[in-house]
Design a protein around this ligand. Structure first.
Ligand code: ADP
Length: 466
């Protein structure tokens, strides 16, 4: 499903609604105007018909039908004024009908007879083939029991033409109204929603590492202010909770270090002094577990120190190529045990700034993992190179690889890929968390590419020293 932004949806609604209202209003206005104009024209025809009926037809008995026809033609000259006049006797004889009008808008001879009506005066809109309708008013007058019917009409063409012009205007103006409404609405909504972008942008930047920062409060006193303030209160509560949990880990790991060291010392001396045979194996197993526990506690303690911002204790300029080469040399013994070839490509010095001993820890942890998670006979490669203003340290192995769905989580504390949990029970899932913390503190970026069953590449990017 396509998700459209609020800006798009509000603009579409606003522009659509405004256009619909304009169309509805115009339609109402046009229809009202048309019927008003037609009625006005019909009233005029009515008055004229009444006039003819009163002044001419009433006198017909004394003056004769021929006189009436002549008088109407002379006095009203219907052809010139584009008017239709017809006088029909009570017996149905047409005693007068006007000629073809000047504008040729209709043919008077083709206008059908008036429909039967009990009313003394009535109006109608008479459709005419091939042209605009005729607006006709009819009045009965004179003639005793069967009165004459005087019909006066005019073409509805002016009204129709005006109506067509207005429709054309609406058809041309409507897209303009829609475009203006859409662009005006979009600008208005965009301007109104700008604080949301600022709040969202800042919220995206806040992570567990900078929970002391706060979202901007627009200061407009509206709902966005309330939202920002509420979110800031939530961040404060999160910050407190994070601090408490970090303090707890730091205190717990610190308190556990001494008793664990004593325990390990005691077990080691027991083991070396010679424990009776039935207990020797059990003491050996205890020693392995205590060593594992000590490693976890040491790593937790290291992480809590990094969390407390103590990672940049020795900020120096050093050669990353030399650091990688020596570290690789120191760890080859570990690799040789498992018949894994470790090679290092660092042809020229690559100078960087940072905490050398902690960055060495990064190389150690990544190399240790690469050796640990590569099968016997595999290969691990270290590469240090410089490109533009960045230094790159790459640790590439031909090991087991990491499933794609686990890649985003491998830097989380205590996270381990399920398969490695069973094959390497000695790990704790803290090595990469330490690597990430050190990288954050040293302004380095770390990324990983991995293909399951083929191998992995961990890449650390850091700025070159000037
Ligand atoms: P640990 O190695 O103690 O389990 P880490 O934090 O160093 O903990 O690593 C977390 C997990 O990431 C490991 O358990 C392993 O599943 C996976 N991993 C790390 N490095 C590699 C690698 N080079 N090849 C394959 N998997 C790796």
């Amino acid at each position: 499903m396509t998700v459209r932004s609020i800006r798009f949806r509000l603009t579409a609604w606003y522009a659509g609604l405004l256009t619909a209202v304009v169309v509805a209003l115009c339609a109402l206005l046009f229809l009202h105007l048309k019927s008003y104009l037609e009625n006005t024209l019909l009233e005029t025809q009515s008055r004229r018909a009444t006039q003819i009926a009163n002044t001419l037809v009433a006198k017909e008995e004394s003056t004769g039908e021929a006189y009436v026809s002549r008088a109407v033609a002379e006095l009203y000259d219907p052809e010139k004024s584009d008017r239709f006049i017809r006088i029909t006797a009570g017996d149905g004889r047409v005693i007068y009908v006007s000629g073809v009008p000047f504008s040729h808008a209709f043919d008077p001879a083709a206008v059908p007879a008036a429909p039967a009506s009990p009313l003394a005066a009535f109006t109608r809109k008479q459709p005419v083939a091939g042209g605009p309708a005729l607006l006709i008013a009819a009045v009965r007058a004179g003639g005793g029991a069967s009165p004459y019917l005087v019909e006066v009409g005019t073409s509805a063409a002016p009204v129709e033409t005006l109506f067509h012009h207005l429709l054309l205007l609406l058809a041309l103006g409507l897209p303009l109204v829609a475009v203006l409404a859409a662009s005006g609405g979009y600008l208005l909504i965009h301007w109104t929603l700008r604080p949301v972008d600022r709040i969202a942008g800042k919220a995206e930047q806040i992570t567990q590492h900078n929970l002391s920062e706060r979202l901007p409060v627009p200061g407009t006193g509206d709902e966005f202010d309330s939202l920002s303030i509420a979110l800031n209160r939530m961040i404060t509560r999160l910050d407190d909770a994070f601090l408490n949990s970090k303090r707890f880990v730091a205190d717990a790991s610190h308190e556990l270090r001494t008793p664990l060291t004593i325990l390990r010392g005691e077990l080691e001396s027991m083991f070396h002094e010679g424990v009776p045979a039935p207990h020797r194996e059990r003491v050996g197993a205890l020693l392995v577990e205590v060593e594992r526990l000590s490693m976890i506690v040491e790593r937790l303690f290291a992480l809590s120190r990094l969390d407390a911002g103590e990672a940049q204790s020795e900020w120096v300029r050093f050669d990353l190529a030399e650091l990688a080469t020596t570290t690789a040399g120191q760890m080859t013994l570990l690799a040789e045990d498992r018949r894994i070839a470790v090679s290092c490509e660092a042809p020229s010095p690559v100078m960087v700034h940072g905490d050398r001993s902690r960055l060495k820890q990064v190389v150690v942890n990544l190399l240790d993992n690469a050796i640990k998670y590569t099968q016997e006979g595999g290969a691990v490669r270290l590469r240090v190179l410089a490109s533009q203003d960045l230094a790159f340290l790459e640790i590439i192995d031909t090991g087991v690889g990491i499933p794609p769905e686990d890649l985003p989580r491998i830097f989380n504390r205590f996270f381990r890929v399920n398969q490695t949990r069973s094959q390497h029970p000695e790990g704790a899932g803290l090595g990469l968390a330490i690597v990430e913390s050190i990288c954050n503190a040293n302004h380095c970026e770390i990324e990983v590419e991995s293909v399951l069953g083929k191998g992995s590449c961990f890449r650390v990017k850091l700025p070159l020293a000037a």
